[in-house]
Design a protein around this ligand. Structure first.
Ligand SMILES: Cc1ncc(COP(=O)(O)O)c(C=O)c1O
Length: 353
């Protein structure tokens, strides 16, 4: 049956708020009123601007690709959907990593794909293993879908691994929404060949999820298909948001600010915490915004419930990633809050032991 909704997204949006959430996967929000922006900068004359060139140029400039390789979309979410809609016909076989971001499965299912999976194994540090992908493929595989960095684990795929997967004969959709949080940020897989279709947005490491500025970078024949498809869904982007996104790109270093440093410090604290716990198995977090430890106590739904009830804290239970004895933590939290949240997580783990 085709998926008609995302239960994970519904949970993520409407779960009761807590004081110390470790559920997020974005740095603290960036306030655009800290930039010298006036209302006149937003071109509020009511006109919309098809394929708004300044925004496409700003995105293309960051990738060093021609403008006709860029499609703008409402967040990485719509970017992923447009990319899949342009690449998949009902009944096509699509190979998706496991675990993964639930919305990728949902979009492929909604489009009528026949979904197959390949594992990224915790005992192999959630590595993207080209041999495992190849084994899971058939001659009907149209598309391989991966996240890099990997959501939930934060694992970084190497260029060699990606290149090998590029040689398997299918298109590859790489959701790179976390890639810019790796240090140093690796270059996009789109540079590895025309079979790669990459998506990203000004969210995770930029703290601008409210702008909904996302994009796809792919070969021009595909991007044209995606623009034309987008006419069915939203026609154009909201123009004030496009203007704000251009302003953010002009001052991107200011927008990123101390975020890499915050993430590095929180990863360091997380690694020390995870190392100190006998009840957790976790690969050291070297990159990114998330980690996905295994809890030896079983279903982490229980852990999240206790954290909420007694500690005003939360984690993402692993069942949202099809691995119930894992849980996801996010590092995009102010330093003091992160320290406090870890203390509370430790106390809850102790209670459950
Ligand atoms: C892998 C992945 N892709 C896409 C998104 C959504 O990104 P955006 O807010 O840019 O739509 C998320 C958000 O958690 C994500 O984890």
């Amino acid at each position: 049956m085709r998926t008609m909704r995302s239960d994970y997204m519904h949970w993520a949006k409407f779960k009761p708020p807590v004081r110390y959430p470790l559920t997020g996967s974005e740095v603290p929000h960036f306030r655009m009123d800290s930039l010298p922006v006036t209302i006149a900068d937003l071109d509020l004359d009511g006109a919309s601007h098809p394929r708004y060139p300044p925004l496409r140029e700003a995105i293309a400039g960051r990738y060093g690709v021609p403008v006709d390789q860029v499609v703008a979309a409402d967040g990485t979410s719509m970017a992923n959907f447009l990319a899949m809609a342009a690449l998949i016909s009902p009944g096509d076989e699509v190979l998706i990593e496991l675990p993964t971001y639930e919305l990728l499965l949902g979009a492929a299912s909604f489009l009528g794909a026949e979904i197959k999976r390949f594992e990224r194994k915790p005992e192999d540090a959630f590595r993207l293993d080209p041999a495992t992908v190849e084994e899971a493929m058939s001659d009907r595989t149209r598309l391989i879908v991966i996240t890099n960095l990997h959501n939930p684990s934060g694992a970084l795929a190497s260029e060699d691994e990606l290149r090998s997967i590029g040689q398997l004969g299918a298109r590859i959709l790489v959701d790179e929404v976390y890639l810019d949080s790796a240090v140093p940020a690796p270059s996009s897989a789109v540079h590895l060949g025309p079979e790669f279709v990459c998506t990203n947005s000004l969210t995770k490491v930029y703290g601008l999820s409210g702008l909904r500025c996302g994009w796809i970078v792919a070969e021009p024949e595909l991007t044209e298909r995606m623009w034309r498809l987008n006419d069915l869904f939203g026609v154009n982007q909201a123009h004030p948001a496009e203007r704000l996104a251009c302003i953010a790109f002009e001052r991107i270093d200011e927008v990123i600010g101390g975020n890499p440093d915050l993430l590095a410090r929180n990863r360091h604290r997380w690694n020390a915490f995870a190392e100190s716990r006998d009840d957790l198995d976790c690969i050291p977090a070297n990159h990114g915004i998330t980690a996905f430890p295994r809890w030896r106590g079983g279903d982490t739904h229980r852990l999240d419930a206790l954290l909420r009830e007694r500690y005003d804290t939360s984690v993402v239970p692993g069942r949202w990633f099809e691995m119930p004895d894992h849980f996801r933590v996010g590092f995009g939290v102010p330093l003091d809050d992160f320290e406090e949240a870890l203390g509370r997580l430790g106390a809850a783990l102790d209670d459950l032991t």
